[in-house]
Design a protein around this ligand. Structure first.
Ligand code: PEP
Ligand code: MG
Length: 311
């Protein structure tokens, strides 16, 4: 890869991880990149693209209509570049657009968005992207540009996929814009029971990683709206059925040499961290404020596992 365009590779970057299980950090807005990198995290487990778009105050379609495709692509390039630069060469997992229509409806252009009774079950994530491939391809074009600039630490993550058909359709679009899917690291979020139960088939698509989006996986497995306070006491990412889905997925991924990680809120919870390290997850991504505690917990569990193995 051509590294020349990378402005600066910080010599003080702690490239050597503290633990066998990588501990990464979630980043929602590029402004938080410096603070996130200062945690000493082994990379970014989730960079949410939609905040870069939502902050423009317009739906992607309206922004493109008003400002043109190049401007749209540049917004994404700049947002991701800020984080990729800050973390280089540590990996930065950028997720393609995932906002529900009720959020888009509040923006300029929102009047053109579908009105949905259940936005969380609706037109969001990879569903929207595959239904509007021309817009999705501008996003992918931004990633292609970042690779051409030398940011080979950028990884592409696909939200809300249900099966290998979703994955293969997205993969074809990546290839159409000129992203080498053999060379680049890309993967999926596991956020529906369908994705967890279908991981065996998805493992054949060429993905490099699967990341548990436990915010959605909890909501869809338990049928508990993550934003509904009436059932908030039933919202439990540690429910045995969710742990079973996670456990099976990790095992299948291990057999296929696919990395596993978590990027949902539960990755910041020490109880979930203990469970995941015991299951052999590859990495855990936590909120900025939780990284330190997660690092310590991972270290503690790994040391205990090591002791148990020599006893
Ligand atoms: C998740 O579902 O766990 C996740 C990380 O994605 P989001 O919270 O953006 O839906
Ligand atoms: Mg999600």
């Amino acid at each position: 890869a051509d590294h020349d365009a990378v402005e600066e590779v910080r010599p003080d970057t702690p490239v050597k991880p503290m633990t066998a299980t990588r501990v990464k950090v979630n980043v929602s807005i590029p402004n938080a990149a410096e603070r996130a990198a200062a945690t000493g995290a082994d990379g970014v487990g989730l960079l949410r693209i939609e905040h870069m778009i939502l902050s423009l105050g317009k739906t992607p379609e309206r922004y493109i209509e008003d400002n043109g495709t190049e401007a749209y692509i540049d917004q994404i390039v700049e947002g991701v570049r800020t984080v990729a630069e800050e973390f280089y060469p540590r990996p930065v997992r950028a997720r393609t657009l995932d906002a529900p229509t009720d959020e888009f409806r509040q923006l300029d252009g929102g009047e053109d968005e579908p009105e949905e009774h259940n936005p969380m079950l609706g037109y969001r994530g990879i569903r929207r992207s595959l239904d509007r491939p021309e817009v999705f391809k501008y996003e992918l074009e931004a990633f292609r540009k970042l690779y051409a600039m030398g940011y080979d630490n950028v990884e592409i993550m696909l939200p809300l996929v249900n099966d290998s058909e979703d994955v293969l359709r997205a993969k074809r679009l990546m290839e159409e814009v000129g992203i080498d899917t053999e060379k680049r690291s890309w993967g999926v979020m596991v956020e529906t029971p369908a994705a967890a139960l279908g991981i065996e088939e998805m493992a054949e698509t060429g993905i490099d990683f699967a990341s548990f989006g436990t915010n959605d996986l909890t909501q869809y497995t338990l049928a508990v709206d993550r934003n509904n306070e009436n059932v908030a006491d039933r919202y439990d990412a540690m429910h045995p059925s969710i742990l079973e889905l996670i456990s099976q997925t990790i095992e299948t991924c291990r057999e296929h040499d696919i990395e596993t990680s978590i990027c949902g809120q539960a990755g910041s919870d020490t109880e979930m961290v203990r469970f995941l390290v015991n299951e052999g997850v590859t990495s855990i991504s936590a909120n900025i404020d939780a990284v330190r505690d997660v690092q310590h917990e991972v270290k503690r569990v790994e040391q205990r596992l090591l002791l148990d193995s020599v006893r």
